[in-house]
Design a protein. Structure first.
Length: 253
């Protein structure tokens, strides 16, 4: 009987853990540890090698952890650094504005909220932590697209889904909006993802000039009216610039 996908994933993880503990190892070593046939161990190692999670450095048949793991670890580390460094600034922003403050990071053609602080006015507001949202319909998505050409391409070339009557659904309008974000540094979403929800965001720039996240303030449209939304945008931009500086961004590419 063939093993289930879950069993395969579990065994692949066990292979990585084994190589982390024992260093370069052969197929027979891995098979013995997993208590499986050599062909099964070889198949697992081959799949991991294809993804560059393991590699054969010199002697064929010997495997060690690959550079693909470095990319994954770096991505996680960057996100952890952002949340750790930004948390006091998010709290200060939430206390000042009184609304929900999030950090969103890009994930393919969407944004994902990885940290959240609630202000005094948002005790019963929606919990956005972990939610994935469309680039074109969110202030965080617009902020990130403005400073990441690959994200902009994904956003413009993708399906611009209609969420409300205010959602941007044409490439031309989206590109015009992004140009405004680039000029001001501030992105807005006015009831574009949900009716009654307004938001503003600014981009977090890392030491190498890459857009690694966005700080967002969101709240009900009746509280975040045009005047308060505009003022919040200025505060969000200042907060994002502070976090960017702490991440090593000097303002020059």
């Amino acid at each position: 009987m063939s093993e289930s996908p879950v069993q395969s994933v579990d065994r692949a993880i066990e292979v990585l853990e084994y190589l982390a503990d024992h260093g370069e190892s052969g197929v027979q070593d891995v098979a013995a540890h997993l208590e499986v046939h050599k062909s099964t161990a070889f198949r697992l190692l081959s799949a991991l090698e294809f993804r560059r999670l393991v590699e054969q450095p010199g002697e064929r048949g010997k495997y060690r952890l690959g550079i693909g793991l470095i990319r994954l670890a770096t991505s996680v580390s960057a996100q952890l650094d952002i949340t750790r460094i930004a948390r006091p600034i998010l709290q200060e922003l939430a206390d000042t504005i009184g609304e929900t403050v999030n950090i969103a990071v890009p994930d393919g053609n969407v944004t994902v909220n990885i940290d959240q602080v609630r202000g005094g006015s948002s005790i019963i507001s929606h919990n956005w932590l972990g939610e994935r949202s469309a680039l074109h319909a969110t202030s965080s998505g617009k902020a990130l697209m403005a400073y990441d050409d690959s994200l902009l391409k994904a956003g413009v070339d993708g399906h611009l889904e209609l969420f409300t009557a205010n959602t941007i659904t044409t490439k031309a309008d989206l590109l015009d909006e992004i140009e405004t974000v680039r000029a001001t540094g501030i992105a807005y979403a006015r009831e574009e993802l949900e009716i009654g929800l307004n938001a503003t965001a600014a981009t977090i720039i890392s030491y190498d000039g890459s857009a690694v996240g966005a700080i967002t303030v969101s709240g009900p449209a009746y509280r975040l009216d045009e005047d308060r939304l505009s003022a919040a945008g200025v505060s969000v931009l200042a907060a994002a610039q502070r976090v960017s500086t702490l991440l090593g961004w000097s303002g020059h590419a």
